[in-house]
Write a protein that binds this ligand. Structure first.
Ligand code: 6R9
Length: 659
């Protein structure tokens, strides 16, 4: 690597982006890490060379590591691109790889899942126990008339049954759609209308931050208002009993989970599916309109997730893998549930708030279970940093060997704190870039890589990305541009549910033949990538994708609001939060009165929260008599964002564009 020249001279204490632009530190892999690594630097070089010379052969080898009912006729069928078909003609089931095959090996009695509830209760399931639980649930679904291709919506907190429900649905060829437990009835209803599930699996409630949060009522409210088409398809609402609350059950439709599975046999056959058969739909925010149902299919997804998890987290048979994501996000799907189980690893799932009952909870989880790999999000690291080093210092944390982050850019300060105080300067921090759409890690260091705090380093072998300008030409090193993926990859989304045309338009039209990620990035002179954020109107609030359009629609449904615009503004802990610019209807009291009482701001903030759920964090509401618009009448959010962050509008050209 070349000697570093400062890339810019940002003043001390300026925001994340500026410090990212100035970061010069490098961390070389420690000899112990290199000695233990499944892939040493030479292996990595060989893998890269192999991927370059025989790209399809390279992914075919990755597929050979898994079990198939029938092998493929072609590794990749691109005849209908961008509707790529990986492992065309093959038959498989990801659950066979995640569970069934382990039952034949020494993994049978190994712990598959360790679960810890917020109050401190725990459950542990071996592979064989998890396999039997999944079989019972699969049989129960079948007995309820649910089968191949039907959707099963899972609206659950992180419980063992969440994992079991996902696997049971996949086992019978049903398509799961997990909806985050924190979403509102309205958000849930929109997803029910789009996915039209045959069953909804939920819980009576869960523990969060010392409180009981009820959940079944949200499902009832959502179903009561769903479309006639959705109501006609829904057969069952299955309720896991988690907390002690009164729960209304609707006769014929609702059933307790323990009754649902009670008499079912614990063996069930695993459906043999076409590799392109959909495994799940996961809703995520885009530039416009309602969240889109991202579809992933069994074959390609299992190959991509399996390969990348093994590379990046260098799994060992003795690992206890803790990915702190809720299973409801893609990180939970790929790296709490499917990836670790395919690898035969022990995966840890924690129900509650990481700061409950005190700021050391996360470290006590690591210490008590002997976690070896900790994969988390920058927002949590920033939160924990605030409590100082005394919290981690009270715990040994000696079992940790690798750390990882995902979801948003991590500042070099947070990176080095994580490295020093949690990894005790022994554990590499692996900053993984990927998306709901990519399904698997795309750009990430390996444990043996040279690390630069804040950089996601280089694409994984077999993945080809670039940073380009509006015309698709690569930008010079050091400059910002659009992050594109130049070749398909196995775990790629296969379509948008109910809207294949949007799939083509949103991801493949901007730069024909390449996938447009929606992110802006910069490449340095070593070819290392630095993610700068979204290029579109999508915010990353505590790492969660929230479309400004969605939040605006929620706010606009308040009767006092005539017009509104949302922009993302930096936040010390959450990375980004929303700021709302609101024009009120004429019949509202004068803005000056409201500014004094503060009533309407709170009203609007609460309203948005009720509409979308607690992930929609609006920090501030600013009332205006009009919003700035361009000549086509489009609200100029860029201008509002620049005003709010104190940047000059001219500087933003490479950072954000209105697409
Ligand atoms: C896995 C996940 C995807 C968006 C993505 C980007 C941001 C993810 C990142 C990162 C900087 C990283 N993002 N990983 N930004 N560094 N290591 O988070 O999926 O919820 O779909 O979000 O998150 O902006 O486009 P998803």
């Amino acid at each position: 690597m070349s000697a570093k020249q400062p890339l810019c001279t940002a003043p001390e204490g300026s925001g994340t982006l500026d410090t990212l632009l100035c970061e010069e530190r490098v961390f070389r892999p420690m000899p112990r890490i290199v000695a233990e690594a499944n892939m040493n630097p030479q292996d990595v070089a060989i893998a890269r060379a192999r991927a370059e010379s025989d790209w399809l052969g390279f992914w075919e080898e990755a597929a050979e590591e898994l079990s198939w009912f029938r092998k493929w006729d072609a590794v990749l069928d691109d005849s209908a691109a961008p509707f790529y078909r990986w492992f065309a003609g093959a038959r498989c089931n990801i659950v066979y790889n995640a569970l069934d095959r382990h039952i034949e090996t020494a993994n049978k009695n190994k712990l598959a899942l360790i679960w810890e509830g917020e109050p401190g209760d725990t459950r542990k399931l071996t592979y064989y126990e998890l396999y039997r639980e999944v079989n019972k649930a699969a049989n129960a679904l079948r007995a309820a008339g649910i089968g191949k291709g039907d959707r099963v919506l899972i609206h659950m907190p992180p419980l063992p049954e969440t994992v079991i429900a996902m696997l049971a649905a996949a086992k019978i060829g049903a398509v799961h759609s997990v909806v985050f437990g924190g979403f509102s009835a309205r958000s849930l209803r929109d997803r029910i209308n789009d996915a039209t599930p045959a069953a909804i699996i939920t819980a009576d409630g869960f523990y969060r931050n010392g409180r009981v949060i009820t959940l079944k009522g949200t499902v009832d409210a959502a179903v009561a208002k769903c479309s006639g088409a959705a109501a006609a398809v829904l057969k069952k609402v299955v309720v896991v009993h988690r907390v002690l609350v009164e729960t209304a059950m609707k006769e014929d439709r609702d059933v307790w989970y323990h009754d649902f599975v009670r008499d079912q046999p614990d063996e069930a056959f695993t459906e043999s599916l076409d590799a392109a058969h959909p495994l799940f739909i996961l809703y995520t925010s885009g530039t416009t309109g309602a969240p889109k149902g991202i579809v992933h299919a069994h074959g390609g997804y299992m190959v991509g997730v399996n390969r990348t998890l093994d590379w990046v987290f260098d799994l060992k048979p003795t690992d206890i893998f803790w990915c702190t994501a809720d299973p409801a996000w893609i990180t939970g799907h790929s790296y709490v549930v499917y990836g670790p189980l395919m690898a035969g690893t022990t995966t840890l799932l924690y129900e509650g708030h990481p700061l409950y009952p005190e700021a050391g909870r996360a470290w006590s989880v690591v210490q008590r279970w002997g976690v070896t790999v900790l994969y988390t999000v920058p927002t949590l690291i920033r939160m924990l940093m605030r409590f100082g080093r005394q919290n981690p210092d009270r715990h040994t944390l000696g079992t940790l060997r690798l750390l990882g982050t995902v979801g948003e850019p991590i500042s070099p300060e947070a990176w080095t704190w994580f490295h020093k105080h949690i990894g005790r300067s022994r554990c590499p921090v692996l900053d993984t870039w990927w998306q709901t759409e990519t399904g698997m890690f795309m750009i990430s260091p390996l444990p043996v890589s040279l690390l630069k705090p804040g950089s996601v380093t280089r694409p994984l072998p077999g993945v080809e990305v670039d940073v380009v300008d509006e015309s698709g030409a690569p930008v010079p090193h050091g400059q910002g541009g659009y992050l594109v993926i130049k070749k398909p990859w196995p775990a790629m989304l296969t379509t948008i549910f109910n809207d294949p045309e949007a799939y083509r338009r949103l991801y493949w039209e901007r730069f024909p033949g390449w996938y447009f990620s929606g992110d802006v990035a910069r490449k340095d002179e070593d070819g290392y990538l630095w993610i700068q954020g979204r290029a579109d109107d999508v915010m990353l609030i505590a790492g969660h994708r929230i479309g400004t359009a969605e939040l605006e629609a929620a706010l606009a449904s308040h009767p006092a609001v005539a017009e509104c615009a949302i922009v993302g503004v930096p936040d010390e802990i959450r990375g980004e939060v929303a700021k709302a610019f609101v024009v009120l209807h004429d019949d509202q009291p004068p803005v000056a009165t409201m500014m004094m009482t503060g009533e309407t701001d709170q009203d609007l903030i609460e309203h948005a929260r009720r509409e979308l759920g607690p992930v929609a964090v609006i920090r501030e509401v600013e009332f205006r008599s009009a919003l700035p618009k361009n000549k086509n009448g489009k609200i100029m959010r860029r201008l509002l964002r620049a005003e709010s962050t104190g940047q000059s509008t001219g500087d933003l050209s490479t950072l954000s564009t209105d697409i």
